[in-house]
Write a protein that binds this ligand. Structure first.
Ligand code: PSU
Ligand code: MN
Length: 291
């Protein structure tokens, strides 16, 4: 059911550096047609760090770990958003599936891939418990021995509630040269992290120790190099528009991101692109340090 590309299989067999990359942001995080370039740039950044990219998606009734550029191009805006619970149905029904962080972690767990990169992980959506919308990213992170590099939690969420839940789930939250969890577009003002690290090597040492102690997932928050600190009013506007349009569940994030990208005149899109690539680079460095 899972087909691992030759290059990824060989790297894993020789205990080399591998970074899993998700595809929901490719299909649903950017305007139609533009996500593929973001995915390819993430792969280039992982390679530049000396690691092998393992981009995950569902195609032709199989989970694919490591996609060709052509295969990545098939993960378009009409792809199913595939979280951990959706993998089986997407495979059995032959759907094109774009895996979320949670869905990608489930595959990483099966293939023993230890590092994953994304833009921002999912978490507790605002307004909890009406509805009680908590991303499956968190539950999957709690059970998968992998380190996820992100710019923190997506800013459209309730970031402090998410940080509390990560603590409850026993997920270490590391800050890359910062003392607070980055806020996706913004770098400052987030909740405190559980430990600060100064280098990819230090993050890798903590991850290895955590796994030796029987722990599972860790989050490594890396603030964007060029943060946007003024996006919150636009986020609130986007969330209100989503509520007014009756958008809920899985559809909220893509709707809100599209609203932000449009209303910011492309500023949030450029920032999102840049931070995804920066996270992929750091993830590659952590994977190399672990290997
Ligand atoms: N980071 C981005 N853009 C995205 C996401 C992350 O820069 O679109 C996606 C990830 O795939 C993450 C998902 O797993 O958002 C979470 O969605 P939800 O909250 O609906 O579970
Ligand atoms: Mn949800």
């Amino acid at each position: 059911m899972i087909r691992v590309a030759d290059e990824v299989r060989e790297a894993l067999a020789s205990r080399g550096a591998v970074v899993a990359l998700e595809t929901t942001l490719v299909a649903h995080g950017f305007p139609p047609g533009e996500g593929v370039e973001v995915g390819l740039e993430s792969e280039r950044q992982v390679r530049a760090a000396g690691a092998v990219p393992a981009t995950v998606g569902v195609l032709d009734g199989e989970v694919r770990v490591g996609l060709t550029a052509e295969e990545l191009g098939r993960v378009e805006a009409d792809a199913r958003k595939v979280g951990p619970r959706d993998l089986a149905a997407a495979v059995a029904q032959g759907a094109v599936g774009a895996t979320t962080v949670g869905g990608t972690l489930a595959v990483a767990r099966a293939e023993e891939i230890r590092v994953l990169a994304t833009g921002g992980i999912g978490g507790v959506h605002r307004g909890f418990p009406h509805p009680p919308d908590v991303s499956a990213d968190l539950a999957q992170l709690a059970r998968t021995p992998a380190l996820v590099v992100s710019a923190g939690v997506k800013s459209l969420l309730d970031v402090s509630a998410t940080a509390e839940l990560l603590e409850s789930l026993g997920v270490p939250v590391l800050g890359f040269r910062v003392d607070t969890l980055p806020l996706f577009y913004g770098a400052v003002g987030g909740p405190p992290i559980s430990a600060r690290v100064e280098s990819a090597e230090e993050a890798a040492r903590i991850a290895a120790a955590h796994w030796q102690l029987g722990g599972a997932g860790l989050l490594l928050g890396r603030p964007p190099d060029e943060p946007l600190e003024d996006v919150e009013p636009l986020v609130e506007e986007a969330l209100a528009a989503a509520a007014a349009a009756g958008v809920s569940g899985q559809a909220v994030t893509p709707y809100v991101l599209a609203h932000l990208h449009r209303e910011s005149g492309g500023r949030t899109e450029a920032a999102n692109r840049a931070l995804v690539a920066q996270n992929a680079r750091l993830a590659g460095e952590v994977a190399v340090a672990l290997a």
